[in-house]
Design a protein around this ligand. Structure first.
Ligand SMILES: C[S@@+](CC[C@H](N)C(=O)[O-])C[C@H]1O[C@@H](n2cnc3c(N)ncnc32)[C@H](O)[C@@H]1O
Length: 264
């Protein structure tokens, strides 16, 4: 398990730690595939596919899949785990793929893409008319307790977070639906819901989550301050987020299904 202060190297993802400690991400995403209801032979793009576990589930349901991610370590890990599947390196906000898709699927990735309008344009361009876009991402209010405590602790330590370092885009239903509509994608279903999420690792659960997902907050913070901020966070969040030996992240998720307009 991660130690206090262990961090994701550079701006990239720690694919090995992700596979070891973040199974909850793709396990929660599994029933998103039911919302997509892929038909045998359909071409499906898994956008922000990470280490490829849901890409493989889509393939097991008979879809012809391509996984796309902009992190080289995640793509490499996906190729190692699922050598028969196609994974490509690309950015959700600028990719172009030659053949149109019947569906674009995305789990727990699009809140990392702050260029959300560009991503919506790419998704629309990737779909055939009538094609579906099915996604889950952090929605408005996602990890609010963790993010507020982290922002406050960093400011107190003398390292206030510059707004451009906030790594996430957590839209409301209204905001995201309007964005999709503006790009020719018609939302036909949307839900915003709380999902307190059990973190792996017992006592180390919160610090492991921070190491996996919150590296950006600590990029300019010296190691000793980083360790102290993590300790403070654990102390302050324990009454709210730690129960019976388990940390829970205060996730709030947005699920959406949209269809590309025929004249879009
Ligand atoms: C939490 S992981 C989810 C991975 C996978 N969908 C799953 O359910 O396990 C988020 C993924 O989004 C990817 N990602 C973040 N920003 C991206 C971007 N701009 N373009 C493509 N992928 C991106 C990351 O590299 C990471 O693999």
């Amino acid at each position: 398990m991660a130690l206090p202060g262990e961090r994701t190297p550079g701006a990239g993802w720690d694919a090995e730690l992700y596979d070891r400690a973040a199974a909850f991400v793709w396990q929660h995403g599994s029933d998103l595939i039911d919302l997509l209801a892929p038909q045998p032979g359909e071409r499906v793009l898994d956008l922000g596919c990470g280490t490829g576990h849901l890409t493989a589930e889509l393939a097991a349901r008979g879809a012809s899949v391509v996984g796309l991610d902009n992190d080289p370590a995640m793509i490499e890990q996906a190729r190692l785990s699922y050598p028969a599947l196609e994974f490509v390196h690309g950015d959700a906000a600028s990719f172009r793929l030659a053949e149109p898709f019947d569906a674009v699927f995305s789990n727990a990735a699009l809140h990392w893409v702050t260029r959300a309008a560009e991503a919506a344009a790419c998704i629309a361009a990737a779909l055939r008319p009538g094609g579906r876009f099915v996604a889950e991402l952090g929605g408005k209010g996602n990890v609010q307790a963790i993010a507020s405590a982290l922002t406050a602790a960093l400011a107190e330590a003398g390292y206030p977070l510059a707004p451009e370092r906030f790594p996430w885009y957590f839209p409301s239903i209204g905001e995201y639906a309007a964005l999709l509509e503006a790009h020719g994608l018609e939302p036909v279903y949307a839900a915003l819901f709380n999902r307190p999420t059990r973190l792996e690792g017992g006592e180390a659960g919160l610090r492991t989550w921070l190491a996996l997902f919150a590296g950006r907050f600590f990029e300019v913070v010296p190691d000793e301050v980083h360790v102290e901020v993590v300790r403070l966070l654990e102390e302050r969040l324990r009454p709210q987020l730690f129960r019976d030996g388990v940390w829970f992240a205060d996730y709030r998720r947005l699920r959406i299904l949209a269809v590309k307009r025929a004249n879009g």
